[in-house]
Write a protein that binds this ligand. Structure first.
Ligand code: PBG
Length: 330
């Protein structure tokens, strides 16, 4: 047979395939999300996220050190806030001696080279579990919430956060946070904006981990409708205009088209959040022996990079680093 085109020639051996691979996943691409709780010397597995844990600060330091040794140089922090500290407007969120603020200080004292991304949203701190201040009529108030978020972001910067990550989807919060950070002398602290964050059922296991599920209703008046893509670009452009250094698409797996669109339309780093439900699905099917979890994990994360993600937030970060190894600077 005389064939002009034989694309299989470039797939013939592992060496050729390595040479012509267009997208690679490296440990450098990863941010490792971690749950922190009050107490001492405790590690508790999240039931719906096997292999993911809530740590007390002392044990979290050990985990971050281990991850750093494997080549992970960025983490994202989420607090398990005791019920007694919660209220309607999440005032505990800007307590200078709050759990997150103490965690950031401890990290910066002990492992200063690891980048700390701190989440800025009220849901772990409110009695109702929503990401904002609730009115008597049951509405999530935008501008009142932004005021609290600004205080929270500044308190994280004071504690030593490298990036603050507003994940709340209130209008105008990126600009307000940027302005107040600058006015407080924190022009070096960056903003990773959760710009295109969808109202998603994939966040279930995360809400189990933090005990932060909304007590009633859903988050559809502030998080985006999963049928929309042009609206994602609108949100992304607004956040960049307001001063976001990086933008995020969340969730990742069911939103690869959005990641691609954002990558094409912008010139800032694009972050994908491989969320708790995406993690749980792979872990569950692996446990049942239905898929090869490690292979599916790598293929899934690589698909996010192929779609256009520069950075991936993933609970798999440590596992991936164990497989891919540490990467040299150049
Ligand atoms: C808080 C927040 C959520 C997640 C990250 N930050 C939950 C939510 O919006 O309800 C979800 C992360 C995950 O599922 O892994 N605003």
């Amino acid at each position: 047979m005389e064939l002009t085109h034989r694309p299989r020639r470039l797939r013939r051996t592992p060496a050729i395939r390595r040479l012509v691979r267009e997208t690679v996943l490296t440990t450098n691409d990863l941010i490792y999300p971690l749950f922190v709780m009050e107490g001492e010397d405790q590690v508790v597995e999240v039931p719906s996220m096997p292999g993911s844990y809530r740590y007390t600060i002392d044990r979290l330091l050990k985990e971050v050190e281990e991850a750093y040794t494997l080549g992970i140089s960025a983490i994202a922090l989420f607090p398990v806030v005791p019920e007694a500290k919660k209220d309607n407007s999440g005032t505990e969120s800007f307590n200078p001696d709050g759990l997150i603020q103490r965690t950031i200080r401890a990290l910066k004292q002990n492992i200063p080279d690891v980048l700390v991304f701190s989440d800025v949203a009220l849901d772990p701190y409110t009695t109702h579990g929503h990401d904002g201040v609730l009115s008597a009529e049951g509405e999530i108030l935008n501008d009142e919430t932004v005021e609290v978020l600004v205080k929270m972001a500044v308190s994280h910067a004071q504690a030593g956060a490298d990036f603050v990550s507003p994940s709340d989807m209130m209008d105008g919060r990126v600009g307000a946070i940027r302005e107040e950070l600058d006015a407080s002398g924190f022009d070096r602290v960056g903003i990773l904006a959760y710009s295109a964050k969808y109202a998603s059922a994939y966040y279930g296991p995360f809400r189990d981990a933090l005990g932060s599920a909304p007590k009633w209703g859903d988050k559809k008046t502030y998080q985006m409708d999963c049928g929309n893509s042009r609206e994602a670009l609108k949100e992304v452009f607004l956040d960049i205009e307001e001063g976001a250094d990086m933008v995020m698409v969340k969730p990742a797996l069911a939103y690869l088209d959005i990641i691609h669109a954002v990558k094409m339309a912008t010139d800032v780093p694009v972050v994908a959040y491989n969320v708790s439900g995406e993690y749980a699905m792979i872990k569950a099917a692996d446990r049942l022996g239905w898929i090869d979890g490690k292979k599916v994990m790598l293929e899934t994360l690589l698909s996010m990079k192929r779609a256009g993600a520069d950075i991936i937030l993933t609970y798999f970060a440590k596992e991936v680093a164990q497989i891919l190894g540490k990467h040299p600077d150049f």
